[in-house]
Design a protein around this ligand. Structure first.
Ligand code: PLP
Length: 467
């Protein structure tokens, strides 16, 4: 109990510099609440065994906790992060950074009114779905298209529209789970369709599908297993075989493609994932994929396919609950226009990062190293070749050769530095490898190098003064 006695009373704490300074900017009740939380935080730390020598130490601990809370709350909870992990589609870090053109479109449209659901020519109600449909069809050769909130929503909508109360046949090798609790069997259950599993984990033949067909079969479903590979003694039915079987029996075929690749990326060594155009050319009736991931636009779910199917999706009540807002439509349209009329590899950040040459990555790593040297001379820094990742469940076994700056801190806590970097402003997420922290050049913007070097210097300073 005695150790709590060192905590000054609240009215005294309110007069301390770091706290009094906020008083003409923030409401008194807000300040008081944050102060109480900070005091509580100190109590918890003391309970866990932290030692305090004096009242002054207690005060400065509380002021520091208070200032941290205010900083976090003023900036809001969602804040920018410098991604130094080398994982391009980092799901936990927001997946695809958006193209400039998308941001401009949002800027141009969001603050005012727009023709979201208004036909300007006819002067009457229009449809929000028409804005990107024609563009998607031009880009992919699809007959019709619909955009919903994300790919999980797209799959759910398609399954429930086409197969509610009926059977959907899926290969056991494709009963996948994607991060964020998207599991094919669970989505199937939520859609009201019954899942009929065929084949085995490693081998499924078209004859397995044929045997499972009956008058209650509504759909043949294929999920692109983008986030893992089955290697060794394997067989999977091709989309083409499924399409042939579906056509013969007048049963639609759907593929959940996961990532929507619109551009042949084989020049950059990324050639083992099918493009949207290739998947459609196989004759599949419905195709779904994400608007972000490798497409590189905003979060969205894109459904392509035969007009009758897409019309049925549009007419489903559920579509109203899954609909996209004007910001998504603006950003998606602008991103797609890059593919049709621009130079996507230079204007879609995700593609640029994947296509970045060794020279560019090495030079960026060198610039980062120089910036770090300048901020904190004498650091133990090294340029290093590293294996970067595509991420987002795509190309799981592919290492992209990249360059990183490695920082070693011989005796001091690397983990403490890592923690400080994550809680700094801007926050930095780096890659820990043995006794080094790696900053991978691929996912760091040229315009982030200075801020990153400053963040590392500030975090090092905080670590070292605490010791
Ligand atoms: C990523 C992915 C999903 C989920 O897409 P979201 O846009 O995150 O909803 C569904 N299916 C596959 C195959 C995926 O790769």
């Amino acid at each position: 109990m005695k150790r709590y006695k060192l905590i000054p009373p609240v009215d005294e704490l309110l007069k301390l510099d770091g706290i009094a300074a906020c008083q003409d900017q923030l409401p008194p009740a807000f300040i008081l609440e944050r102060l109480r939380e900070s005091v509580q935080e100190l109590r918890e730390a003391l309970k866990k065994g932290m030692a305090l020598a004096s009242r002054e130490e207690a005060s400065s601990w509380i002021v520091e906790a208070f200032e941290r809370r205010i900083r976090q709350m003023r900036g809001g909870s969602l804040q920018p992060v410098i991604n130094a992990t080398g994982v391009v589609l980092h799901t936990n870090l927001g997946r695809s950074p958006m193209p400039d053109a998308a941001l401009q479109a949002i800027n141009r449209l969001a603050a005012g009114y727009c023709n979201l659901e208004y036909d300007l020519e006819a002067g009457r109600r229009g449809s929000r779905y028409q804005h990107v449909e024609a563009l998607l069809c031009r880009l992919t050769g699809a007959e019709a298209a619909l955009v919903v909130n994300n790919n999980a929503a797209a799959v759910l909508l398609a399954l429930t529209t086409l197969a509610r109360g009926r059977e959907v046949i899926v290969s056991r090798g494709q009963l996948i789970e994607i991060g964020g609790a998207f599991r094919i069997p669970d989505v199937m259950a939520a859609s009201g369709a019954s899942l009929v599993e065929v084949g085995t984990t490693n081998r499924t033949y078209i004859s397995d599908f044929t045997r499972a067909l009956n008058e209650n079969t509504a759909l043949l479903f294929s999920a692109h297993t983008s986030n893992y590979r089955v290697v060794g003694f394997t067989a999977e039915t091709s989309l083409k075989e499924l399409v042939e079987l579906g056509q013969k029996n007048r049963i639609p075929v759907m593929q959940d493609l996961g990532s929507g690749i619109l551009l042949d990326m084989s020049a950059w060594g990324l050639n083992d994932e099918p493009t949207v155009q290739e998947a459609l050319a196989s004759g599949v009736d419905v195709l779904s994929f994400s608007g972000d991931k490798l497409l590189g636009g905003p979060q969205a779910g894109i459904l392509l396919g035969r007009r009758e199917n897409i019309e049925a999706f549009k007419n489903n009540q559920l579509t109203r609950a899954l609909r996209v807002d004007k910001l998504t439509i603006a950003a998606l349209e602008a991103s797609l226009l890059q593919y049709e009329q621009g130079d996507p590899v230079s204007s879609i950040p995700v593609l640029g990062m994947l296509a970045a040459s060794q020279d560019i990555l090495r030079e960026r790593a060198q610039n980062l190293k120089a910036a770090l040297d300048e901020q904190r001379p004498g650091l133990e820094l090294k340029l290093l070749q590293v294996g970067d990742m595509v991420g987002g469940g795509a190309y799981p076994d592919k290492e992209l050769q990249g360059w990183a700056v490695a920082l070693a801190l011989p005796d001091t806590g690397l983990e403490e530095l890592n923690r400080r970097l994550r809680s700094g402003s801007p926050a930095v997420v780096a890659r820990r490898q043995d006794e080094r922290l790696l900053f991978s050049a691929r996912t760091i913007g040229d315009d982030e190098i200075e801020a990153l070097a400053e963040a590392v210097a500030a975090a090092l300073k905080a670590v070292q003064t605490r010791e």
